[in-house]
Each structure stands twice: as structure tokens, then as C-alpha cells.
Design a protein around this ligand. Structure first.
Ligand SMILES: Cc1cc2nc3c(=O)[nH]c(=O)nc-3n(C[C@H](O)[C@H](O)[C@H](O)COP(=O)(O)OP(=O)(O)OC[C@H]3O[C@@H](n4cnc5c(N)ncnc54)[C@H](O)[C@@H]3O)c2cc1C
Length: 369
């Protein structure tokens, strides 16, 4: 990276990729494949302490056998690093091992831990300010995922609750809840998995806003594409993205069948407020609870992009480009792992589209390094 002491911006490159999860690594791989030179042409900044994206922080009981499916990054098979039959391996160990090997094999210029605090515009360039350095770039691929921004919906009385409130992000093992009554909130895959584990060691109540939609029968590629398309249409219109899983429904696995048989899949509608000793429904029924576990998902971590003014007045970001990775208001900015690409396969494809389109856009105004 070129030094530029006078302006106060110390390092100069063409493209900064922010985040080194599946989406950021895919973008970095394709930038390099397309001839962009590491460091002078692009760098990757990642705030995590080591390779693995958010996978390194996932709870220990999430194994390769219990995740949906982790798709290979472009150019290197997962099975080259982790044996295909390692179903019991912790995802938080196996995936980081694969990512570390991937970064090494393709000599990707990943700098960590570097936390990007803000991205703004100065003299026609994008200034990326991080805790340890400042970069000046011509384009950004933002791949910061969602793990850093857990979402807990507001319910009246939450601050008066005498028990513990925990988000999926904080979950480690079911043992910590033994002997307590746990209310599990949420209708997604994480809620179901944690309900399964916790209900084996203590009593639980499961509540969701809408009745969960269980999906039987095969979920083929065509159905997957149709689900992604729905989310893509939303972001093209500038609406907040829904998770891909929220439109695919919950697959009925042998594990879910077993939960049904154990009688733990009895879902209640959402409570209306939280009282000091538990939760309360609109008809006044109170359920005593020691823990509320919010499996209510995550939001995209985009606060550092606020100075660029990418959002519309209603808060959404209008996306464009082949796979809707490009911000319509500022074509120098791509969001990958966002909306329709918030899955390992989606992140792979988005990384390719973003690298290709961003380089073409930058090349059309001036040659890239
Ligand atoms: C519990 C759980 C299970 C899942 N299971 C599956 C599955 O089985 N199959 C599947 O396809 N998908 C699954 N997903 C979704 C999938 O993990 C992600 O969509 C996918 O890995 C894409 O990751 P990403 O690169 O967008 O984000 P991440 O993996 O979150 O990576 C983002 C990176 O950006 C860094 N970062 C964030 N903010 C900053 C900043 N300001 N400055 C610098 N760096 C920053 C973070 O430290 C992190 O390293 C699951 C998600 C969850 C929560």
C-alpha cells in the first residue's frame, strides 16, 4: 500500500474488502483471480482475532452434522482440509481451520484484528478508518455479516425482568440452564436447535410470532433459487432483507421428528409483555420464567457505512447489479453476504459478482492496480 503522509491518509489501495467470512474471502479470491494485485490493488480487513468469520464464535454443540450445509469456497474443497465424515467436529473449529488454510493457499492479504469504524468520502475517494490504520480506496466490498448485530425485539417490561435474558449469540451449552425454566423465542433453525438441546436438561416454553412453517419433502435447487429470488426482489426495491431461511421454511429432519415425539415442539403465540417474574399474554396469563432466550436473529452490521448516506429515507438500501450486490446510490460500494447472499452458497456467488462488477466499474473510470 502506498504511503500518503501529507493528507493524513496513510495507506492507499484500489479496493478494500471489509470482513473475512465466506463472503469476504470469496470476493478476495475473485479480485485476485481477475488480476487485482494484493495490497496495492486490494486488501481485506477483518476484526476477528483469527480466520473463520463468525463461525469461530458459534456454540460448541453446533457441529458439521447439525449445520444445514457449508458450501466450499471457490477454488478449494472443504473436504481437502476437513474429512468428509467429520460430522461430530465442532463448526467453530472445523470451519476456521478451512478458512485459515484457504487464506494461506491463495495468499490473500488479510489484516487482523482490524476493526473498521467508519467509511466516508474525501476528495472523490473512499476513506476507510479503522482502529489501527486508515486507508484510501476507490471501491469497497462490504462483507461484515450479521453476527455483530444481534436483534432483540422490544417488549414492554423487559428492563424489569428479574431473570436472565440471553441472545443466541451468547449461548454456549444447555448445562448452564439446568434447573431453570427457559422461554425460547423465535421460529428459525437456531431456535429449534437450542430448544432441542435445552429441553433435554430442563423445562422449556417455545413462543413464536407466527406459527412455524415446517417443510416436508425435498428442497431442491429450484426451490432454493425461488426463495433467494424473493429476498433479492426485496433488496432491489430497497426493503430491509429477510433471512433466506424465513422464506424457505423449516425442513422436517429426523431431529425435528424426535422433538415432536418428545412433545417439546408445542408452540405458544408471542407474549405481550414481560413482568418481573416471567412473561405475560394479552389475556393476563403469566408464566414464571428464569431465562428468556431470544433466538430472534441478527441484522446486517452496516453502521460504519452511515456517512456514505446509502439508505433511503425509509431506512432501506436500494441494491442493483447481477446479483443485487451493488448499492444503486453509490456503485463503488458492494454489499456481499447481505440479503439474498446471506448463506455460504450465496456469499460465494456474491463475492464473484461483486469483484467482477466493481473492477469493471473502476476500470471504466481509471486503470486499477
Ligand atoms: C447459527 C448459524 C448457523 C448457520 N448455518 C449455516 C449453514 O449451515 N449453511 C449456510 O449456508 N449458512 C449458514 N448460516 C449463515 C452463514 O453463516 C452466513 O450467511 C455465511 O457464513 C456468510 O458469512 P459472511 O461472510 O457474510 O459473514 P461472517 O462469517 O459473519 O463474517 C463477517 C466477518 O466480518 C468481520 N467484521 C464485522 N464487522 C467488521 C468491521 N466493522 N470491521 C472489520 N471486520 C468486521 C467479522 O469479524 C467477521 O470475521 C448460519 C448462520 C448462523 C448464525
Amino acid at each position: 500500500m502506498e504511503r500518503e503522509a501529507a493528507s493524513g491518509v496513510r495507506l492507499k489501495t484500489d479496493v478494500v474488502v471489509i470482513g473475512a467470512g465466506q463472503a469476504g474471502l470469496s470476493a478476495a479470491y475473485h479480485l485476485k483471480r481477475l488480476g487485482c494485485v494484493p495490497v496495492r490493488g486490494f486488501v481485506v480487513l477483518d476484526q476477528s482475532p483469527s480466520p473463520g468469520g463468525a463461525w469461530q464464535f458459534r456454540w460448541p454443540s453446533l457441529t458439521l452434522g447439525t449445520v444445514n450445509r457449508i458450501h466450499d469456497l471457490p477454488g478449494m474443497r472443504f473436504a481437502d482440509v476437513v474429512p468428509a465424515d467429520a460430522r461430530e467436529a465442532q463448526a467453530s473449529v472445523a470451519v476456521p481451520r478451512y478458512f485459515a488454510e484457504y487464506e494461506r493457499r491463495f495468499e490473500l492479504p488479510v489484516y487482523r484484528p482490524v476493526h473498521v469504524t467508519v467509511v466516508c468520502e474525501r476528495d472523490g475517494r473512499l476513506v476507510v478508518e479503522a482502529d489501527r490504520l486508515t486507508l484510501s480506496a476507490r471501491g469497497i466490498v462490504n462483507a461484515t455479516g450479521t453476527w455483530e448485530t444481534p436483534y432483540i425485539p422490544a417488549y414492554p417490561g423487559a428492563e424489569r425482568f428479574r431473570g436472565r435474558q440471553v441472545h443466541t449469540k451468547d449461548y454456549r451449552t444447555p448445562g448452564e440452564f439446568a434447573g431453570r425454566h427457559v422461554v425460547i423465542v423465535g421460529g428459525g433453525i437456531s431456535a429449534i436447535q437450542l430448544l432441542d438441546e435445552i429441553s433435554r436438561v430442563t423445562s422449556t416454553t417455545w413462543v413464536t410470532r407466527r406459527p412455524p412453517e415446517f417443510r416436508t419433502g425435498p428442497f431442491d435447487e429450484e426451490a432454493g433459487r425461488a426463495a433467494v429470488k424473493l429476498v433479492e426482489e426485496r433488496v432491489r426495491r430497497g426493503l430491509p432483507p429477510q433471512s433466506v431461511v424465513s422464506v424457505t421454511g423449516l425442513p422436517v429432519t429426523p431431529r425435528i421428528e424426535a422433538m415432536r415425539e418428545r412433545g417439546v415442539l408445542k408452540r405458544l403465540p408471542m407474549f405481550s409483555d414481560i413482568v418481573p417474574e416471567g412473561v405475560r399474554w394479552p389475556d393476563g396469563t403469566v408464566l414464571r420464567a428464569d431465562v428468556i432466550l431470544w433466538c430472534t436473529g441478527f441484522r446486517s452490521a452496516l453502521d460504519h457505512l452511515a456517512p456514505l448516506g446509502l439508505r433511503e429515507p425509509d431506512g432501506g438500501i436500494v441494491m442493483t447489479g447481477r446479483l443485487a450486490t451493488q448499492v444503486a446510490k453509490d456503485p463503488r460500494v458492494h454489499l456481499v453476504g447481505y440479503g439474498p447472499s446471506a448463506s455460504t452458497i450465496g456469499a460465494n456467488r456474491a463475492g464473484n459478482a461483486a469483484a467482477t462488477e466493481l473492477l469493471a466499474f473502476l476500470e471504466s473510470s481509471a486503470p486499477i492496480a
